[in-house]
Design a protein around this ligand. Sequence first.
Ligand code: F1P
Length: 325
Amino acid sequence: HSTIREIRKTPEGIMKAQKAFEDFIANHDFRLPREIVYTGCGSSHFLSQPLAMATTRLGGRGAALPCSELLYSREWYSIGNPELLVAISRSGETTEAIKALKALDVPRFALTAYESTLSREADYALIVPAHEESVVMTHSFPAFYFAYLQLLLHSYGKETLDAGHVSSLTDDVLKNENHVREIVEGFDFRNVIFLGSGILYPIALEAMLKMKEMALFWSEAYHTFEVRHGFKSIADEGTLVVLLVNEPFDWHEKLTKEFQGQKARVLTVGRRDTGADYFIKIPELDELASPVLYLPIIQLLAYYKAVSRGLNPDNPRFLSKVVKW
Ligand code: F1P
């Protein structure tokens, strides 16, 4: 399948991202401003969220909205006084993204994989050529994230990350491919809940979407501890709970036990185990960059679930690579 080949390209994608970032700063005397609105559709929207969070975390102010909300329901959201609108679209041809790029009267920035309508209509374009055959977004997601994060760090006068190091860490993470396959083959779960907090919450959302897109499989995502407030009622012996966590503390262990008490199985993906049924270790990395290490794991999980269900993740039912109106 092309999808698995694309997932395995994550380390290469990080190096392409670094080159795109370096080319961009070599050719533009431009710094990202403090107040930025991010927008995209589908996976690109789930990417807009950690970018907005990273902006806020680095001392700016980031807001994220799906393109259609920015276009048609903006008055319901607080977006501050943005100085830049960043539209994200892998194809650069999604109708809503092209329209949303012009939704505000501020400079426009495109984050995309191609010279495209989006890049041409923007004032600035960061083109990360992480091209994918797969319908669903895989290694382009961490590549886009990394390239833009480098630009944020650079713009805000912070030290940028060592791309070679980050790329080799993604390579280490990908060595869990067989482990992920064994987990999926060993437990025929009926539903899956992804949990994440802070920067890992949108990664949980992306995991939920990957399961739906690749494996046509019912999945949920919540803020980690929010799941205890009602949502956990659906978890039973047929449930896999995937806990994404950089720095677990005692509440994560309690939460793991609570789900195990309901006979659900827990897969912890993080730096330390929480007493889970399955554990995948994520190496140490600056929290801001950490999404790039979790993404390959959740993509592999969805991929192997699709395969175990006898589906072809390259051509998911009812989906197309570019959504147009
Ligand atoms: C956005 C998107 C993808 C999704 C699907 C439909 O595309 O929602 O995230 O996987 O293929 O389109 P794009 O605007 O990033 O090209």
